[in-house]
Design a binder for this molecule. Structure first.
Ligand code: SDX
Length: 395
């Protein structure tokens, strides 16, 4: 049964739906999130990131043969062109990995000119697989560049997540011992980030793609949109906020007072959402596993205690409750990424890795079904009424 999303009218603006889509359903008031009809809670518990990527892109859960074929096609494209690897030599050591990611993804359009035509199904398929396969390698290389360590070639005997962890934390000189707890936790976090309807970065991918720009160019634009601290950059901002509270003596009440007084524009990062006016279902899952994962990784973290205290204080405070501000997907993720050994600057890169199949699925849907494309956005003009030109001598 097809469901239609709710479109509410904001006061002053007609908040029309920006497009039609059959991929992800969100009910912000009820805190519901489904990919192709499947509840996020079930996918997070039972699926894998590669299987969920298949579901988002092709619209159904794969058979065993389909999943095996999809997995092996991705495995064959994990290598970067040796000339693309040289790009990383040009970036400054202290470059933030997100602009590195968007630059490298944009550059894929120059290396794979045989797969840029959005209306050739074979080219769309090969660019889909190339992007899913190469983004983890690009992300790992961005990290290795930042720490001055050698790049590792992908090992295609590993799964996508295992390969990414090994290329990130492994060294050529010795074997890398994969921690199954870390692999499973990261796989689940990527599932939870895989799509989210018409958020800022996905709308960007659709809008750029609506000009018939190729997939690499469209996703590169999405990566840049995700980098913003009010969007994907929030998971990095949450960790910096928790560290700031800790360094100021851990006084959560004092921090909340500053937020309520809007002192220096400070916000409770990881709280609030344009759509969820209830607990973000992803945050609920992540909070539940954060405790378990940190325990299993043997990484008890005082920042988790501060985060939980902050949530408790906020959810009992009318300032937040009256504004329907609840934890969102970014509130707890950074604590897990930190426990895994990622520096805060890599947190938004991990968000991009997760969101990639959603961006691809939404771009493909818009190309395949023009009925779902984002119309040319209009505006509510609030400028000057018509007036005549004034000569310089009259100004
Ligand atoms: C993501 O769209 C998506 O789906 C995005 C995402 C995805 O998966 O793609 O879910 C990922 O981007 C999650 C959001 C991550 N960002 C943050 O955590 C940054 C902190 N959050 C805020 O910046 C804010 O909550 C937004 C931008 C996320 C949502 O803003 P809204 O719902 O449009 O609310 P608003 O900006 O209109 O503010 C309404 C009121 C204001 O106060 P008053 O003017 O009424 O006094 O709520 C206040 C705001 O000042 N407010 C906050 C707050 N968020 C809103 N006050 C303190 N802390 C906050 N986080």
């Amino acid at each position: 049964m097809k469901e239609t999303g709710n479109v509410t009218l904001d006061s002053g603006f007609v908040n029309t739906a920006s497009c039609r889509s059959a991929i992800t359903y969100i009910d912000g008031d009820a805190g519901i999130l489904r990919y192709r009809g499947y509840p996020i809670e079930q996918l997070a518990e039972k699926s894998t990131f590669v299987e969920t990527s298949f579901l988002l892109i092709y619209g159904h859960l794969p058979s065993a043969a389909e999943l095996e074929d999809f997995t092996s096609r991705i495995r064959r494209h994990t290598l970067l062109h040796e000339d693309l690897k040289r790009f990383f030599e040009g970036f400054p050591r202290d470059a933030h990995p997100m602009p590195v990611l968007s630059s490298a993804v944009s550059a894929l359009s120059t290396f794979y000119q045989d797969s840029l035509n959005p209306f050739d199904p074979e080219q769309v398929e090969i660019s889909t697989v190339r992007l899913l396969a190469k983004l983890p390698t690009i992300a790992a290389y961005a990290y290795k560049k930042s720490v001055g360590q050698p790049f590792l070639y992908p090992d295609n005997s590993l799964s996508l997540v295992e390969n990414y962890l090994r290329m990130t934390f492994g060294f050529p000189a010795e074997p890398y011992d994969l921690d199954p707890v870390m692999v499973k936790a990261l796989d689940q976090l990527l599932i939870l980030h895989a799509d989210h309807e018409q958020n800022c970065s996905t709308s960007t991918v659709r809008l750029v793609g609506s000009s018939h720009a190729n997939l690499f160019a469209s996703v590169s634009a999405g990566i840049n949109a995700l980098f913003g601290p009010l969007h994907g950059g929030a998971n990095q901002a949450v960790l910096e906020m928790l560290e700031q509270i800790r360094d100021n003596g851990g006084n959560v009440d004092e921090f909340v007072r500053k937020v309520k007084n809007k002192e220096d524009g400070v916000k409770l990062m990881g709280f609030g959402h344009r759509v969820y006016k209830n607990y973000d279902p992803r945050a609920a899952i992540i909070k539940k596993t954060a405790d378990e994962i940190l325990e299993k990784l043997g990484k008890r973290d005082e920042l988790l205690d501060i985060a939980m205290k902050l949530e408790q204080v906020a959810l009992e405070d009318d300032y937040f409750v009256s504004r329907k501000l609840y934890p969102n997907v970014d509130f707890y993720t950074g604590l897990i990424y930190k426990a895994m050994g990622f520096p805060t600057r890599m947190f938004t890169v991990l968000f991009a890795l997760g969101r990639l199949p959603g961006w691809i699925a939404q771009w493909r849907e818009m190309i395949e079904d023009p009925e779902t494309k984002i119309g040319r956005p209009r505006q509510l003009y609030i400028g000057e009424t018509a007036r005549d030109y004034v000569a310089m001598t009259q100004r």
